[in-house]
Design a protein around this ligand. Sequence first.
Ligand code: GDP
Ligand code: MG
Length: 601
Amino acid sequence: IPLERFRNFCIVAHVDHGKSTLSDRLLELTGTIEKGNNKQILDKLDVERERGITVKAQTCTMLYKHKGQDYLFNLVDTPGHVDFRAEVMSSFRSSDSAILLVDASQGVQAQTVANFFLAFAQGLQLIPVLNKIDLPSSDPERALDQMKTHFEIDPESAVSVSAKTGHNVDCILPAVIEQTTPPTGSSEKPLKMLLVDSWYDTYKGVILLVRIFDGVLKPGDNIYSFGTKKKYQIQEVGIMYPLETSTRSLRAGQIGYCYPGMKNVSDAKIGDSFTTVGMEDEVEACEGFEEPKPMVFVGAYPADQGDFNRLDDSIRQLVTNDRSVTLEKESSQALGQGWRMGFLGTLHASVFQDRLRQEHGGALIITAPTVPYMLRYADGREVIISNPAEFPDGEGHHTARPDRLEPYVLATITLPEEYLGKVIELCESNRGVQEELTFWTSQQVILKYKLPLAQLVSDFFGKLKGISKGYASLDYEDAGYEKSDIVRLQLLVNKEPVDAICQVMHRSMTQYAGKQWVSKFKEFVQRELFEVVIQAAVGNKIVARETVKAVRKDVTAKLYGGDRTRRMKLLEKQKDGRKKLQSIGRVTIEQKSFQGFLSKT
Ligand code: GDP
Ligand code: MG
């Protein structure tokens, strides 16, 4: 099939608008998969299927006859979630066009807006498709109107379908052929390819999904990575049809897989470019490669330290399959040895936590998520701190005190107008700064807020869904670090800091969090013969305090009715005794209490 009859496209959609269902229909229509075998072939991982979201992008090649000629399509699936921005971008870069899929009953939503602008900026040719027109609540006119006013899309070019019933789906590929141009590039030029996705196969090792822009890739070729400067020899190449099907070569314009004999998944950097060894000075790498950084951190500890080695093995295994998770060992006086894991965003973290819980149940204690903070020194040096224990304590009136910064995101929220008041309130109470407010149809509003990422990780999304009865949708992008009054809140028991219980947060949160901490921790402290004081402090300043009263042995019981002075004396004595105990006694808090406290916060 000549290059003019290639089309590489992806589907841009808000979550649940029917991307997976439509992909399945297209695969059936082209005979790539059997009809009825619609297990949403592009959503490979179990967790995804469970949560109904696509986390890893999967691509598929399809063959199609149109007006007597054979066409070759590559459908690049894009992850449906905002945390996977790097993967979304590399799907876009590997495609020449995109289907802009909108649920006609819901209209344009936050992710549609965010992804539209990303795809548009990439220069993708867009084909509007309205889905779910079988639903009585669908309103294609309104959806088209939104697309016309905000995306300047011609309603004439739109295709209306029902991915569920298959109605009109056969009009989509002809529209792709007619409304979009084939890939450019030349098989005669030196190799230039983009790494779109990668995964790990127990038998074959790392597998790369690549888009060939120029040149030809075949087994035996030696390739060079611009990102890591490492070299590999290709063992096999092929197309996803729908699973790995080997071919003799991949040429310019194609999307397919290869086995580069790569040992570590971490060397497969999404968005990286490759060329043939020796051509690295001739060929220019694809633009826009950025290594994703973990933005949400979670600590995990074995409930029973004896389990450490076993859990360590299996956590490493899980991480091998998701190269975007970072893993470090961490130890805490209270909880023993454990791990600190970094994730791309809040959903990414919660998907992974679900997997851990699924596999290890009660065997793991998982701590509340935190975000990385930054210290900027007078000399311009910047240090990122992702472990609260390393955040400078106290208010320290040193002149060299560094500036403290926290990560922000720019959130795009779409919602029906009737919830506007409540949503603004939610954003404001989460230290948000309004950037934009657009009324774009009679009922829909687009709201843009700059929000601290730390606020987003504490169930902002759940609250947003709650107050808008599920109608508000959210997407966000990185907005960099900004100066902020952040401090470390520390739990103290009888004046001793408890190392496992400290967290970096905005000063305005410390009062509230401190009160919660001390009252919660109180539940886990056994009464002792002496008084136990639980405090939450920012530096030297105590923001909350609770006392667990001593168990009072009733030394006077026997003296009931006895003379009063004798009784007083005994009580005095007891007080002294208690004092002694208190000063020498250190509270021993069982590990179970820490676990209870930390898994509850
Ligand atoms: P994705 O998140 O974009 O991949 O969406 P899915 O393909 O998983 O679809 C989300 C839900 O919408 C599923 O319950 C589908 O069965 C349903 N759905 C998809 N397309 C249609 C359609 O054309 N009509 C109706 N009524 N439901 C649909
Ligand atoms: Mg899906």
